[in-house]
Write a protein that binds this ligand. Structure first.
Ligand code: PLP
Length: 357
């Protein structure tokens, strides 16, 4: 009965039987999911294992948030909501605004003061979201979003809404469907911790169904300035250039700890310098340009290798969570000279400048 001529249908239609969603739910979809696992020759060479990148930039709004948003917005519309609200470090609002537009719902965004990457802000604004900037950090915004959803007729679509995780867990289904089994290790950036919880849900479900023979060890990486899962204490003033993981008190703290514990995994912190260096190296070795937060898993792998950890002979999946074009200002900060040389409009001059002549 597919009318899509083989086109990927979006995560609800592709995996409906495996998702806890209302019976007969009509999907609000932009054909999210179905993202590539890109083989990293670079990290495979460094580790002596097999390293794959789950490239979530290839979602409709450029981050993995779309997987959960198709579910949350579909349910909000199903339940008769007229408006939807989220607290956001940027990508949740970009995704919510797009899916709300598709569904005809009014999107309301709460962002922390002065901390949103321009690309993400542009997405929310152009899709028609009403933007409210809060004098406070992400955690304050989430408190307000929860309060609005409690006291007013708006649906909360942050990942504290369990429906989001139902959509997000499809990323692990895709990994197993592609590799034929679960990897040995799964590494990813962790901020509000919904994603690591969702991946673990998905891997467990596939193992229980017999679609995977094992479950991966989950390793989550946070920025040093926002590493509550590493220290065990909330960060009242989280600070990092990796704004998508600038969260001091993760909403899915408990679920994330369970994922690490049950998988015999762990959390570790990486510095902003390590994150930004990994971002550039990934772009130059593998041709994959990600936003700073998205490079935290790669930075984590590199730090572990330096510390003597071995991934030899193991299959490793690293989720790179969002697109580099969302935050070009931070990406370019480390480059002092963007233009190498200026020449006249002349082949010989260009050849000389390029060192060809
Ligand atoms: C949201 C986000 C994260 C953090 O995911 P959590 O589920 O909050 O842990 C990491 N990277 C990017 C690009 C994101 O948008």
């Amino acid at each position: 009965m597919s009318t899509t001529n083989g086109q990927w249908r979006g995560v609800i239609e592709e995996y409906r039987d495996l998702l806890e969603l209302p019976e007969g739910l009509a999907a609000v979809t932009l054909r999210e999911g179905g993202t590539p696992l890109v083989h990293s020759e670079w990290l495979t060479g460094l580790t002596g294992g097999e390293v794959w990148l789950k490239v979530e930039a290839n979602n409709p709004t450029g981050s993995f948030k779309d997987r959960g948003m198709t579910a949350a917005i579909s349910v909000a519309r199903h339940e008769g909501a007229e408006a939807v609200v989220c607290a956001s470090t940027g990508n949740t609002s970009a995704s919510m605004a797009a899916y709300a537009a598709k569904a005809g719902l009014k999107p309301l965004v709460l962002i922390p003061e002065g901390k949103i990457a321009a690309g993400k802000m542009a997405q929310a604004v152009v899709h028609g979201a009403q933007i409210i900037m809060v004098r406070g950090n992400f955690d304050h915004c989430l408190d307000i979003a929860r309060g609005l959803a409690r006291d007013y007729p708006v649906a909360l679509v942050n990942s504290v809404n369990p429906v989001r995780l139902q959509g997000q867990k499809t990323a692990s289904f895709e990994v197993v469907d592609f590799l034929g089994d679960a990897p040995d290790f799964h590494l990813l950036p962790v901020g509000n911790a919904g994603n690591i919880a969702a991946y673990w849900l998905g891997y467990q479900q596939y193992a229980e169904l017999g679609r995977a023979t094992r479950r991966p060890v989950m390793r989550g990486f946070q920025a040093e300035g926002a590493a509550p899962l590493v220290t065990g204490e909330p960060f009242p003033d989280p600070e990092t250039k990796a704004t998508a993981i600038r969260v001091g008190n993760p909403a899915s703290w408990h679920l994330a700890e369970m994922a690490a514990k049950e998988s015999e995994g762990r959390f570790a912190a990486v510095s902003d310098e390590q994150i930004l260096a990994a971002q550039v190296e990934l772009a130059r070795h593998d041709g994959v340009f990600v936003e700073p937060a998205s490079a935290a898993g790669v930075a984590g792998l590199l730090a572990e290798l330096s510390a003597g950890e071995s991934y030899a002979g193991r299959t490793v999946v690293i989720t790179v969570t969002g697109h580099g074009l969302k935050d070009t200002a931070t990406a370019l900060e480390t480059f002092t000279d963007i233009v190498d040389t200026v020449v006249d409009a002349d082949v010989a001059a260009a050849a000389a400048a390029a060192g060809l002549a």
